[in-house]
Write a protein that binds this ligand. Structure first.
Ligand code: THU
Length: 132
């Protein structure tokens, strides 16, 4: 578990990150902030493309940025969207799978949701290395 200060800061960083969203097609901003084991916060936003399938979600932008900067261990991720905190926006299936690669038990905070989740609750019986 992470402490209250970290949790609030993480949500705040996700809120700030969504302002950078490139969401020309959906107009739906998403921001994510991932917390490393050594307490660094790395943010990401959704980046859309005219070829819609080339769009990258905020969660993947954040984790790919973190990985590419040398981080490998993560404790938590917070997600905020245009509709937050009114509507609760949960990570898509692809992002869940990508997060599971690095920590299947990462804590997921959703802006507006009082409850936090372990990724394993959101992605039970995930496909993992032991299956290949
Ligand atoms: N999106 C995210 O960034 N994260 C999610 O978990 C769900 C969807 C983005 C992708 C697209 O730019 C927009 O939200 C609408 O689907």
């Amino acid at each position: 578990m992470i402490d209250l200060l970290n949790y609030k800061e993480l949500i705040q960083k996700a809120r700030e990150a969504k302002e950078f969203a490139y969401c020309h097609y959906s107009k739906f901003k998403v921001g994510a902030a991932i917390l490393t084991d050594d307490d660094k916060i790395i943010t990401g936003c959704n980046v859309e493309n005219v070829s819609y399938g080339a769009t990258n979600c905020a969660e993947r932008t954040a984790i790919f940025k973190a990985i590419s900067e040398g981080h490998r261990s993560f404790k938590a991720i917070a997600i905020s969207s245009s509709e937050s905190p009114k509507k609760l926006i949960y990570p898509c299936g692809i992002c869940r799978q990508v997060l599971a690669e690095f920590n299947p038990e990462i804590i997921v905070y959703i802006d507006g949701d009082e409850k936090s989740y372990k990724l394993s609750e959101l992605l039970p019986k995930s496909f993992n290395e032991s299956q290949i």
